[in-house]
Design a protein around this ligand. Structure first.
Ligand SMILES: Cc1cc2nc3c(=O)[nH]c(=O)nc-3n(C[C@H](O)[C@H](O)[C@H](O)COP(=O)(O)O)c2cc1C
Length: 160
């Protein structure tokens, strides 16, 4: 079997994280797994883990997967509606670090990406639509994922 430098495992509800994961996997020639198929991923390579943010941390599926990992090298990325340099993003990173620390995993690096909030989710959102929020969501809409993919490409080659 062809051996890879790493494997990409992602969790995604509305497609942002999947898009990023697919682009990373394609660009670096890495195998790609949805978290529900993570059992098929190789056991002996670093993992590139992609989550979406829910309640200020990695979504439940990815959080459970992360807390079950032992002794792995992990690069973590996360999409969110918040700004990626907000305190909210720092809290999300802290949660991811805590989950990975449970099993003595090593966090090799991370990046955050502002993901588009899907129109369906937006319609059901209970947060009030302030002008600030509208602007932030609009920014997330405009090529944010393309930009994130470009940034991710720049961050990656250093360690794979
Ligand atoms: C139920 C729900 C909860 C969310 N909670 C947060 C949150 O706490 N913080 C945040 O920044 N974004 C939050 N978001 C926005 C998503 O994290 C963001 O749109 C993400 O890019 C979705 O990724 P996906 O398209 O891969 O599912 C939430 C979205 C949903 C649907």
């Amino acid at each position: 079997m062809h051996s890879h430098a790493a494997a990409v495992i992602y969790s995604s509800c509305t497609g942002n994280t999947r898009y990023l994961a697919e682009n990373l996997a394609a660009r670096f020639g890495l195998p790609l797994f949805a978290v529900k198929n993570a059992g098929d991923a190789p056991q002996d390579v670093p993992l590139v883990l992609g989550a979406w943010t829910r309640q200020g941390g990695p979504d439940g599926r990815m959080a459970r997967f992360m807390s079950g990992l032992e002794g792995r090298d992990v690069f973590f990325f996360c999409t969110m509606a918040s700004y990626t340099d907000s305190p909210h993003a720092s809290r999300c990173l802290a949660k991811a670090q805590a989950l990975l620390a449970e099993g003595d995993n090593r966090l090799l690096g991370h990046f955050f990406c502002q993901g588009r909030l899907s129109p369906t989710m937006l319609a059901h959102s209970r947060h009030p639509m302030t002008p600030e929020r509208a602007e932030r969501l609009n920014e997330a809409d405009v090529d944010a994922l393309t930009e994130a993919v470009r940034k991710a490409f720049a961050v990656f080659p250093g360690w794979i």
